[in-house]
Design a protein around this ligand. Structure first.
Ligand code: NAP
Length: 285
């Protein structure tokens, strides 16, 4: 039986493999990748590579073996994800894999985030597949907001549209550890984990953490969804990405990124990474 990680050359996938390698022989790990060249470092660690593209079903036919446990990391190709995930589930089912573990989004069933629709569809496809399945409903990565620290430092303002919404984000590495643990344990089919950080903050508090780390004023400037989208497009982001981020902040203002269950820290057996640590690292970089 192999532990198969899709999206293995992505940021989360690499962290899952690093986490798995702490407890599992490399010979038991398969990285499903689009590009062998991009995965040369994983191969050098002894991880087996299989090539497949979610968007090319003919490549997925060779991707899985009977008995594999598969972590399906959701695709980053917005607008194509539902069909891509369904193609992966179909191939996994045809191969007779032991279980599919899917990275969904926090509170996918009720979430007001626009991007939750794809995740709801994929969760429904899994439930209808006849496969054994587990869903990791991942909350926000703290790195999503930390990515805006360089422009915030350049312009002396941290912009957003989340109002006073509380955000329970965690570091990618925290979600990766959770995925590795679920891959290596026997988890009953139908288990859903709502995963989020231990602490919740508003973007005003996030900006205050930037100010403290940088030693200069970087106030939070709250915008309407339309204003924030326009500002992101003005900064050079493509329209669909600006739309997704501004929609996500508008939903966060209404609590879509908040969860206080501490399921993530219970699962990984340690506190989640404090957001202030992620902020400090980003300011230092
Ligand atoms: N929870 C959050 O805050 C949050 C934030 C952003 C995204 N996400 C979701 O979580 C996923 C993982 O996050 P991440 O940070 O690791 O994203 P990432 O670094 O962009 O990685 C995405 C991975 O998906 C792979 N992929 C994309 N399209 C594919 C296709 N057609 N066939 C096969 N593989 C494909 C990419 O392959 P290549 O390496 O070949 O490009 C990459 O390995 C994202 O894809 C997205 O669905 C969650």
């Amino acid at each position: 039986m192999s532990l198969v990680v899709t999206g293995a050359t992505g940021q989360l996938g690499r962290l899952v493999i690093a986490s798995l390698l702490r407890t599992t022989p490399a010979a038991d790990i398969v990285a499903l990748v689009r590009s062998r060249a991009k995965a040369a470092d994983l191969e050098a660690l002894g991880v087996t590579l299989r090539e497949a593209d979610y968007g090319r079903p003919e490549t997925l036919a060779q991707a899985f073996r009977a008995g594999d446990k598969v972590l399906l990391i959701s695709s980053s190709e917005l607008g194509k994800r539902d069909a891509q995930h369904r193609a992966v589930i179909k191939a996994a089912s045809a191969a007779g894999v032991a279980q599919v573990i899917y990275t969904s989004v926090l509170h996918a069933d009720t979430s007001k985030l626009g991007l939750a629709a794809d995740h709801r569809d994929t969760e429904a496809a899994l439930a209808a597949s006849g496969l054994s399945w587990v869903v990791l409903r991942n909350g926000w990565y703290t790195e999503n907001y930390a990515a805006s620290i360089p422009p915030a430092l350049a312009h002396n303002a941290f912009i957003g549209g989340a109002g006073n919404g509380k955000i329970s984000s965690a570091a990618r590495a925290d979600y990766a550890d959770a995925a590795a643990i679920v891959l290596t344990r026997d988890i009953p089919s139908g288990t859903i984990y709502e995963l989020a950080g231990d602490e919740a903050y508003t973007l005003t508090e996030f900006a205050a953490a930037i100010e403290k780390a940088a030693g200069k004023p970087v106030p939070y400037v709250d915008m309407s969804e339309a204003e924030f989208k326009k500002a992101l497009e003005g900064a050079g982001l493509p329209e669909p990405v600006a739309a997704l981020l501004s929609d996500s902040d508008a939903a966060a203002a209404k609590g879509a990124l908040f969860d206080d269950s501490r399921t993530l820290s219970k699962l990984i057996g340690r506190p989640t990474t404090p957001y202030v640590d992620t902020v400090k690292a980003a300011v230092k970089a």
